[in-house]
Design a protein around this ligand. Structure first.
Ligand code: NAP
Length: 539
């Protein structure tokens, strides 16, 4: 690390992913002395790390890109409706280069602890290599899905083949032809990777604990002509996203019970053909709140799965029975269910035949041994709070954030936290980011934090802290929004469940994200500004 970038800064931003890139741009253009510390060796966050085959947006590309610069919107051409990881990473590099942001970023700078000093009103951040930075303010842009988790099966270390998490898929080309590959996990990641490699490997064995609902992504190329019309429509596109609960160009409807079963089916036939999350965003909103409505919808999708999988026994194994459609994060797929019609693909239901142990040559279940050359862990993340938990963050009087959030996070608007002055979270726990089209929520979060940083500077304030009762009120709002939804009982990262993380594996709900919808969230954070930040103590 160069001398130039070490030392004290007014603001240190943690993470150079989608959030950190925009955050540093906003700060430097306002003349704030700021740097980004990034633990990896390059920028890009999620899109730098998740290089597994099949990794791509399941948001429409043109709703995922940044909205902040007209020039950028005019210059960038998305080539696919749902763009893949290599292009997404190129895009983020393009943005960083266009706005000359790299010179504000320090790579291989993983922060392992940070502590607040009341006397100097600064944070001291210690890196893994032992060096230190100090900062008046810290902005965390550390991502909700940045800490991968792997299972803990007996014998895992003895496996002699290659084994890695999808998040750590090798950067160098990894030919899989002729190899026996095992994939553990069938979340959004597993479903993408399985569908992509099924016809490229010798033998594919899928180890599925719980099946997930899924529907076709319906990707396609974007021609020059279409891109021109998308560019002409950008203002409308982003206005539509802002008005929708999930940050997409989708408008939900009510009236499930006013429609006849035939009318409902006709709508679902139409939505099943549409790209992306239209099947969630344009559906009857009752399916998220009403058990009977959700059951009918689930039955419809179950029939769709049965129609696509040749072997009826395999089809039944692929149909979830423990949660309804749309009640966990919905993965989108391209020929996923058809993969199971191939002779070289086998589905192992861990619910029926659990893994007993790993061996040097494969995986043993209660039903037999599977010989494998490569094992892929598509086993998910310590979601939303994991990135915070792995840094030892000490606020006022040395109180630990990890301890404060042990049972469930607790924040003011998902941005600030009582007892942790001058610490701002972009897309943090209990913001709307976990439940909406991520970059739309990021821009909202970054703009809000930047506004607060400017407000403090304009008024010569050096300390800001959320009031305890304001935090409690926000937590109550988060809980209220959560409890209204049927997914409150689902076991997924939305509700903080992860069998591989101690304390997140007992089924207790952690209120990790705000599910009141993006417009309601935007109203709440806008009001805080127009009211003059009444819930913040500033000095
Ligand atoms: P995930 O949804 O948490 O899925 C993890 C999978 O691994 C589940 O099937 C889980 O089974 C299984 N699993 C975990 N531990 C296991 C164990 N010990 N033994 C056997 N199976 C185990 O994680 P993910 O698929 O990585 O997706 C996480 C999120 O990343 C997504 O929901 C999405 O928001 C994001 N993502 C986005 C995109 C995109 O935008 N295109 C693509 C991929 C991912 P259980 O269900 O039984 O726990």
């Amino acid at each position: 690390m160069s001398e130039l970038t070490k030392g004290h800064h007014e603001v240190v931003v943690l993470g150079a992913g989608v959030s950190g890139i925009y955050q540093i741009k906003c700060l430097v253009e306002r003349g704030v002395d700021a740097i980004v510390l990034e633990g990896d060796d390059d920028l890009g966050g999620t899109w730098n790390r998740n290089r597994y085959p099949g990794a791509r947006f399941d948001s429409e590309s043109y709703t995922y890109g940044y909205a902040f610069s007209r020039e950028l919107l005019d210059e960038w051409h998305w080539h696919e409706r749902f763009s893949g990881q290599p292009e997404n990473l190129r895009y983020l590099n393009f943005v960083a280069d266009k706005f000359d942001l790299r010179r504000h970023m320090v790579f291989n700078a993983r922060v392992q602890s940070m502590a607040w000093d009341e006397d100097s009103r600064t944070w001291t951040l210690q890196l893994q290599d032992g060096s230190f930075y100090t900062a008046r303010m810290v902005i965390t842009s550390i991502g909700p899905l940045s800490v991968p988790t792997v299972p803990n099966y007996e014998g895992m270390a003895e496996f002699k083949g290659r084994a890695f998490h999808t998040w750590a898929w090798p950067k160098e080309p990894l030919p899989l032809d002729g190899l026996r590959v095992g994939v553990i996990g069938t979340g959004a990641t597993g479903i993408q990777v399985i569908a992509d490699i099924a016809d490229k490997v010798g033998q594919l064995t899928v180890f599925q604990r719980r099946p997930n609902w899924s529907k076709p992504l319906r990707n396609g190329r974007i021609s020059e002509e279409e891109m021109t019309s998308i560019r002409a429509r950008y203002d409308e596109i982003f206005a539509n996203c802002s008005a929708s609960p999930n940050g997409f160009e989708h408008t939900p409807r009510w009236g499930f019970w006013d429609a006849t079963p035939q009318e409902r089916r006709a709508l679902w036939d139409e939505l099943y053909e549409q790209p992306g999350f239209a099947i969630l965003g344009c559906n009857y909103a009752e399916i998220f709140f009403d058990e009977a409505a959700n059951q009918e919808m689930s039955n419809y999708i179950a029939d769709r799965i049965r129609a696509r999988v040749n072997d009826p026994e395999v089809a039944e194994k692929l149909i979830p029975t423990d949660h309804g459609f749309g009640l966990q994060r919905l993965p989108l797929e391209t020929n996923y269910f058809e993969a199971y019609n191939r002779d070289n693909v086998e589905l192992v239901s861990l619910a029926q035949t659990p893994i007993v142990r790993f061996t040097p040559t494969g995986i043993e279940t209660t039903d037999g041994h599977y010989e494998l050359d490569v094992i892929v862990y598509a086993t998910g993340f310590d979601a939303i709070t994991g990135g915070y938990d792995r840094i030892d963050i000490r606020g006022v009087n040395g109180v630990s954030l990890r301890d404060k959030w042990k049972d469930s996070p607790s924040t003011y608007l998902g941005v600030l936290c009582h007892g942790f002055p001058n610490l701002f979270m972009v897309a943090g726990p209990q913001s709307a980011s976990g439940s909406t089209n991520f970059p739309r929520a990021i821009e909202t979060g970054v703009n809000w934090v930047t506004g607060l940083v400017s407000h403090l500077a304009d008024n010569s304030h050096t300390r800001v802290e959320a009031q305890a009762d304001a935090e409690q009120k926000w937590v109550a709002e988060v809980q209220r929004a959560h409890e209204r939804m049927l997914f409150r009982r689902s076991k997924g990262w939305f509700t903080g469940y992860n069998s591989n993380v101690e304390g997140h594996d007992d089924g207790r709900v952690r209120y990790q994200a705000y599910f009141g919808g993006a417009p309601r969230y935007a109203t709440a954070i806008d009001r805080a500004v127009t009211d003059g930040y009444p819930a913040l103590d500033v000095s």
